[in-house]
Design a protein around this ligand. Structure first.
Ligand code: CA
Length: 222
């Protein structure tokens, strides 16, 4: 459960544990995303209004990386836009706050019954492999340790294998900002350089290519 209101979080945790579920609560989107990349969960209960990266951003990142977990979204407002945006972004169900605990429980049961949808878990390019379920990356059978940002970058490049992606696209998709002679431009360079060093550095065959004036492409061959 990713929820920044401690009272609500502990009430839901207590209720669900009373029903024999195991619940881990984190209070920010960043923490939640970090954890999702490191442990296996059956369901995410995700609050929309969070400090830092909000619920929609987390949901977007989860779906972009094809983490195959059902998501129950908690929306504070009774606005239809939130629900539509949430479902469009890949939420499996939503609850509007305030809600009655039995209703949450019923939705949790329904989502777990429906189970994990079949989604492609892994992609491979030459000997570079990404596992979207475990958020892990390996090359030539060796695990490569990436930071969350580096992983997001690579996952984005992997979902566009063979296609050139511009710096603007990366800035928009990963940082949700526009890169244009801003500090973000430098940040992006730093992350790209590190990512390149990790996935290509020790290997003769390079997979991440710069296309001058256009951007980057992940592909097998020049
Ligand atoms: Ca909140």
């Amino acid at each position: 459960m990713i929820e920044d209101e401690p009272k609500l979080a502990s009430a839901v945790k207590g209720g669900l544990e009373g029903d024999d579920y195991t619940v881990v609560v984190v209070h920010s989107g960043e923490e939640g995303f970090f954890l999702l990349c490191r442990e296996a969960f059956d369901l995410i209960i995700l609050d929309v209004m969070l400090p830092g990266r909000d619920g929609f951003e987390i949901l977007g990142a989860v779906r972009q990386q094809r983490i195959p977990i059902p998501v129950l979204l908690l929306t504070a407002r009774d606005g239809i836009e939130d629900r539509v945006q949430g479902l469009d972004a890949g939420a499996d169900d939503y609850l509007t706050k305030p809600f009655a605990f039995p209703e949450l429980l019923a939705r949790v049961r329904a989502l777990l019954r429906r189970g994990t949808q079949e989604r492609p878990f892994r992609k491979k390019l030459a000997d570079l492999e990404i596992d979207f379920g475990l958020c892990s990356v390996s090359r030539a059978g060796q695990t490569i340790e990436l930071t969350t940002r580096e992983y997001e970058l690579l996952a984005y490049l992997f979902s566009n294998v063979g296609r050139v992606v511009s710096r603007e696209m990366i800035a928009r998709e990963i940082w949700k900002e526009v890169a244009r002679q801003t500090p973000l431009d430098n940040v992006l360079d730093v992350h790209l350089t590190r990512l390149r060093r990790k996935i290509d550095g020790p290997f003769e065959k390079k997979l991440l290519h710069t296309v001058r004036g256009l951007g980057l492409v992940l592909r097998d061959g020049d």
